[in-house]
Ligand binder design. Sequence first.
Ligand code: DP6
Length: 349
Amino acid sequence: MSDTTERTATAFANPNIAFIKYWGNRDHELRIPASGSISMNLAGLETRTRVRFDSNLSADTLTLNGQPAAEAARARVARLLDRVREMAGTRARAEVVSANNFPTAAGIASSASAYAALALAASAAAGLALDEPALSRLARTGSGSACRSVPGGFVEWQAGTTHEDSYAFSIAPPDHWHLVDCVAVVSTRHKTTGSTHGHALAPTSPLQAARLEDAPRRLDICRQAILERDFEAFAEVVELDSNLMHAVMMTSSPRLLYWLPATLAVMRAVERWRAEGLSACYTIDAGPNVHVICLHEHHPEIVHRLKAIPGVEQVLTATPGGAARLLDEPAASNNPRSLQNLPGQYLRS
Ligand code: DP6
């Protein structure tokens, strides 16, 4: 790309929920994980990001949900833009405008959809046509879990040991299995310890080595259960994997205890419901909210029951989502300071 051109691209990505979790890095800088992971993209929850490279800009700027972003967030985005500039051979700075259609405070990991959409929009705006593995690698350097929001449906991130071999790919399309993620929101307070810091603490837990040693077995069981749509096997390994990650969190130094009383209430209820014959299981990320994964036919009942649990503030639902993709630029897209080109629902939060 020549430094005198001005180019814009807009991309869209879903966040994802991990069934086999990423927690701990082999390489922090490049976000090469200590083990592989498996996830599902979440349709209905979306990030849209527009990137405009302009040689007249003196610095990269970032607008998030209509507000100028904090310096730490801007600097993290600028690091990914540096990679894109290096690949494209340009020095032009960029204006980045990004918005989510889901409340940031709901505890859905927005960094996954944010960096998947950013990688795609930035590389396209810089004139690069990256293939899916290359895009997944680029997104990974911004946020590890973002590499899994690049391909569609049910996705595996092969850990690898280098930048080249650490990327995600689809293991089944979205319509392969009609699962629903019912997110029981028990707190909308911002978490005290973010994932990036948490990954660095993982090796301080005496349990992390055992968790990593057993990871290939859990990945095999989960992959197979998804491919065979075997909910019983899936439920057991998903809950085991979530509990193992939280055991590591709780025993790291300093310890991380994300659960609230309502978190545990939901976990116990889901166990009971499964024993009664409902196909549902729980998984929890770095926060107190509980993702209850269930078969589509059981989801109205699950949502109804979740809402009745004291401490559950709201329940969001999502079905398997597709790959990150570029959006056509509307004709009126050349007012970079406004969010007018993003649909209204993106401006709410
Ligand atoms: C608990 O991808 O958010 O959600 O690379 O530092 O941005 P960074 O970490 P991030 O970690 C995700 C942690 C998790 C588990 C998972 O999604 O696999």
